[in-house]
Write a protein that binds this ligand. Structure first.
Ligand SMILES: Nc1nc2c(ncn2[C@@H]2O[C@H](COP(=O)(O)OP(=O)(O)O)[C@@H](O)[C@H]2O)c(=O)[nH]1
Ligand SMILES: [Mg+2]
Length: 434
């Protein structure tokens, strides 16, 4: 564990109402730790239940279902994945909750390609109010229907994002026009403004982007922005990382953590933001753990509710991909032995966190404060135990607080080393490691 002093900068508070804050403060001032903890627990439970509904729309065959799978970290053939390549015949909206974080739900919406398409009736039929924002996908230039839908979404007060899918196909189609040295194959053909004499992936991407944006501008969209993606390595390639970052930046603060939880750990920036958001909740979790211990007078082996802490540490590990399952998956993805990734991890993995591991960490956390308070409880006569409980809870607050804070920092640092290791020797490094 890193030293407590190493992470002593003050963290921001979570987005909770002033009324809730006042309630906690008033309870603590009265010495009613249990009431304060109950309120803290309520706030945490509410946070965990915040839902995010993401609508994915576009023409049939544009890659909507594939995009939904990519966002959920699923391959098309995996269990629970949206079916790919099916002809859309109904106006049904299919919800796909994220496999690990079911409060984030992706909606695979019906196609928008019919000739008598009306954006207002479409939005009514798909229940416009349900969604936080819309993704509008196209695998070629955006159509009139896509543009009119975007305008209607905006007019009704929500955000939309244009996503150009299947960019990998464009890139490989273009590549075929060039020989092994990267020189344009067609003999005698001069490079044009759009097709350079030498193969250049950046030029291909720029051309697609400009083409899409020009078409959208002609269809009346002001300063359109188009994100170029492909379903494979979605969160690492092309505009995938920028799209995810933009979605995150645009979310209201109370929804950021829900979205962050389901983002793959594919950039240093994602890791930094996960840590920042989780840090905001550390003091509430410490309060819950200490308050709960005040209820179990003296019976617990430590003076904190170990259940709350075990759950929190496991959550941190899960969020940073520090579990056997996640590491195996990553190792396979980057074609490296899992042992190599594990070698850079210093904290316990999710699967290794037990009550015993926790007590060891706690004991280390603040020079054995927990052991002392346990002894204190044993030494107190029964009629004094209620007061003892309050004292010990107050003493264990700093140790749980620093335990959580340090563990979170260590897990984030582990995740960063794992990412660095995973990307070692790949071309994606420079792009993601900024
Ligand atoms: N190469 C490539 N093919 C894709 C991509 N996204 C979707 N596809 C393919 O495009 C076809 C239609 O995709 P699907 O997700 O079913 O489109 P939907 O009808 O809009 O849901 C399927 O054959 C997919 O495998 C992509 O990013 N790259
Ligand atoms: Mg589909």
């Amino acid at each position: 564990m890193a030293s407590a002093e190493a992470h002593l900068e003050a963290e921001a508070l979570p987005p909770i109402s002033e009324g809730d804050m006042n309630e906690i403060r008033a309870a603590l001032e009265k010495g009613d730790l249990t009431a304060a903890a109950t309120k803290a627990q309520e706030i945490l439970a509410n946070e965990e239940q915040i839902q995010l509904h993401i609508a994915v729309t576009g023409e049939s065959g544009s890659g909507k279902s594939s995009f939904v799978n990519a966002m959920r970290g699923l391959q098309d053939h995996e269990e629970g994945a949206a079916e790919i390549g099916v002809t859309e015949t109904t106006m049904e909206c299919s919800p796909y909750p994220h496999p690990q974080h079911s409060q984030v739900i992706f909606w695979d919406l019906p196609g928008i390609g019919t000739p008598n398409f009306r954006p207002d009736t479409y939005l009514k039929e798909v229940q416009f109010d349900r969604y936080d924002f819309f993704i509008i996908i196209s695998s070629s230039r955006f159509t009139y229907n896509a543009a009119t839908l975007a305008k209607e979404i905006q007019a009704q007060g929500k955000r939309f994002y244009f996503v150009r899918s299947k960019v990998d196909q464009d890139v490989s189609n273009e590549r075929r026009l060039y020989d092994e040295e990267g020189v344009l194959k067609a003999k005698g053909k001069q490079a044009t403004e759009t097709r350079s004499q030498w193969y250049d992936e950046m030029a291909v991407l720029l051309r697609i982007r400009q083409d899409c944006e020009r078409k959208l501008a002609r269809l009346g969209i002001r300063s359109p922005q188009v994100f170029l993606v492909c379903r494979d390595d979605f969160s690492m390639k092309y505009d995938g990382p920028i799209l995810l970052q933009t979605l995150l930046d645009d979310l209201p603060s109370e929804k950021k953590l829900s979205f962050l939880r389901c983002l793959a750990n594919t950039s240093r920036e994602v890791l930094r933001q996960k840590k920042k958001e989780l840090m905001k909740y550390v003091w509430l979790k410490s309060l819950v753990s200490c308050g709960a211990s005040a209820v179990h007078t003296g019976a617990a082996s430590a003076d904190v509710d170990t259940g709350v802490l075990v759950t929190s540490l496991k959550e941190y590990c899960r969020t940073f991909g520090l579990s056997e399952e996640s590491l195996q998956k990553l190792a396979k993805q980057v074609n490296k032995p899992v042992k190599e990734l594990k070698a850079v991890i210093k904290s316990p993995l999710e699967d290794e966190i037990t009550k015993n591991v926790l007590i060891k960490l706690l004991t280390k956390s603040l020079g054995g404060a927990v052991q002392y308070t346990s002894l204190l409880m044993k030494a107190l006569p029964e009629e004094w135990q209620a007061i003892g409980c309050l004292v010990s809870a107050a003493i264990s607050f700093p140790s749980t607080f620093f335990l959580l804070r340090n563990f979170l920092s260590d897990a984030a640092a582990d995740a960063e080393r794992v990412l660095q290791k995973a990307l070692e020797g790949t071309t994606q490094k420079s792009h993601l490691w900024s």
